[in-house]
Design a protein around this ligand. Structure first.
Ligand code: HEM
Length: 158
């Protein structure tokens, strides 16, 4: 493992949701299933993948990289989303907590409205070694950062 990864080493592995719920003021609440992968490859970054489903139906897919600036707590998350967005999110890791806020979001010309204007993710390793990720977003219809997703994951045994 690259030594710079030590502050985010706790993420490495495959995590499966125990509970995953979605909300937003403009949509009905929903439950889903998600598996996320953080893989180390000897560089100061983790490869990332997320696959979410409702029943057997694939939903949101994400693929990207979580980079750390060696010797610091500064992290940057580059994510490509299947519904036509690429986000760059930056923040820091403090102990068991990582907070990332988008510094840029680019979208394809025919992505569905509303446009996502901000993403914030709060990633927390809980005391029972479960992982919680809260995702907040703002859109052109809902300009205040508002919760969209709360997920608790359990690490798969390897
Ligand atoms: C709706 C963005 C992750 C499921 C939406 C909407 C946006 C959005 C902009 C439309 C809201 C509106 O109409 O006002 C995002 C972003 C995500 C994300 C930026 C990640 C950072 C997910 C995930 C799921 C999901 C992981 C898992 C199933 C849904 C569903 C709806 C929705 C079911 C409502 C139905 C629909 O409009 O298609 N999301 N989403 N989203 N999202 Fe997400």
């Amino acid at each position: 493992m690259h030594p710079a990864l030590q502050p985010i080493e706790f993420l490495i592995g495959t995590w499966t949701s125990e509970s995953a719920v979605g909300h937003f003021p403009t949509i009905n609440d929903f439950k889903y299933d998600e598996t996320i992968y953080f893989e180390e490859i000897g560089q100061p970054l983790l490869n990332f993948k997320s696959i979410s489903k409702i029943g057997e139906r694939p939903m949101h897919l994400e693929s990207g990289f979580l980079r750390i600036l060696p010797g610091t707590s500064k992290v940057a998350f580059m994510v490509s989303h299947n519904f036509g967005l690429c986000s760059v999110e930056e923040g820091s890791v403090e102990g068991c907590n990582i907070v990332l806020e988008s510094s840029g979001i680019q979208r394809i010309s025919f992505a569905k409205d509303p446009m996502v204007t901000k993403i914030r993710r709060t990633i927390t390793l809980l005391e029972d070694m479960k992982l919680e990720i809260k995702t907040d977003m703002a859109t052109t219809n809902t300009p205040e950062l508002t919760n969209h997703l709360i997920v608790i994951y359990k690490k798969n045994s390897s």
